[in-house]
Design a protein around this ligand. Sequence first.
Ligand code: ATP
Ligand code: AMO
Length: 460
Amino acid sequence: QAGYTWADVASLESPAEGARVRVRGAAAAVRAVGRRVAFLVVRQGAATVQCVVAGGGGMARFAAGLSRESVVDVAGVVSRPREPVRGTTQQLVEIHVEKLHCLSRAVPNLPITVDDASRSEEDVARAKALVHVGQDKRLDYRVIDLRTAANQAIFRIQCQVENVFRQVLLSEGFVGIHTPKLIGGASEGGAAVFKLSYNGQPACLAQSPQLHKQMAICGGFGRVFEVGPVFRAEGSDTHRHLCEFTGLDAEMTLRDHYTELCDVVDKLFVAVFDHLNTACAAELEAIQRQYPFEPLKYSRTTLRLDYDQGIKMLQEAGVHVDAMGDLTTEAEKKLGELVRERYGTEFFMLCRYPSAVRPFYTMPCSDDPRYSCSFDVFVRGEEIISGAQRVHDPELLAAQATARGVDVGSIAAYVDAFRYGAPPHGGFGVGLERVVMLFCGLGNIRKTSLFPRDPKRLAP
Ligand code: ATP
Ligand code: AMO
């Protein structure tokens, strides 16, 4: 296609009128007007441009016969129509097509269409006649579903969360590491592990990088982070549990107190949220159009409450909670509402959990061992982060593991790591999909996982 310059649909506004461009994208819509003119909307990512196919030679008829989602190459001249039809994602300019090639023909009867997958609940409610595509079907045909403007935005936002996580931690002196995902014993205790045979030896998929991120600290790295897969054999379907998710983990030596971890979380997440609100405004708008949500309320310095204070707030509101037990999902939600009403924020930390409800590696508080040097972080009343100072005394560690039913033999190398000199340390783990789900008020974690793995789904 000599004489044409490759162009991206999203930046088509900048070439001067009359520029000769070539774009490649999907045929999002085709409309024939008579036999000699066809309008072809070409989509690339979330951006679309209208292409006018006119004149003889059968090109208009060829365009009119293209099945939707076929991949095409269009070469032509940029023009600025006098009355541009501006869709939400459509460019103001058009392309007057001189050459048209189809590179990949989509089947004429698509199992779902991008238009149907793009409808908001309000659209569906307003026009009962519109096809409503349920989540399962959309996930079955995820490669088509991912082409919606909202999905294009969700995964760009997810990438930015990960990017800011890395950038902030790198600037704070953390080193990125990669820990093994094939391990000999459950890293979190509990039953939710995928077991497998490792050349005949019992093994499992890592439930977190917990053991090895701590061992990296024992290995002399003062501050580490990891972005990697986490496997949990969750038994029941919920809106916020996946069987495989992306963990953003950090671990660091501590000087005096576990609240040094809270300081890092604070800096990190204010930076993440600020970045999303400024650099990703267009993406947030695209998500809003399909899934309306209120912007997250958060403050410059993150509110920190003690677990006891949280319990008191719930009890005063008439919620029955066990002061030394774990919070139920409903209690967590309710606490999120109470905090928003009283403090005007939807992002807060709950510190000093009862030791009994935390994993075996958690450091008890020195002033009262019934409580622990730990915290959870909540967004809109749901947990996105767990963190704590760790036990670095091997005897106490083994005792706490045994008391919680963890087979010390299966984690012997981990316990031994603390026999060779280990500094006080702690860390935290963030669920990437949960951050995006809750920041954008999306209501279901499957929406923020590219190809979700839940208790029922192993495909696509
Ligand atoms: P974590 O990541 O720490 O496991 P979580 O959000 O899964 O975080 P849990 O400590 O497992 O939290 O559980 C907290 C609460 O969430 C439980 O008390 C329970 O009410 C609810 N919950 C957890 N798993 C499920 C599930 N599979 N089905 C229904 N509710 C659940
Ligand atoms: P925890 O088990 O709380 O802590 O997990 C950390 C964070 O991971 C996310 N998360 C999940 N996301 C999707 N699907 C799931 N099934 C799921 N389970 C957990 C949540 C949660 O806050 N080792 C500790 C962390 C640490 O102390 O460093 C841990 O794994 O957002």
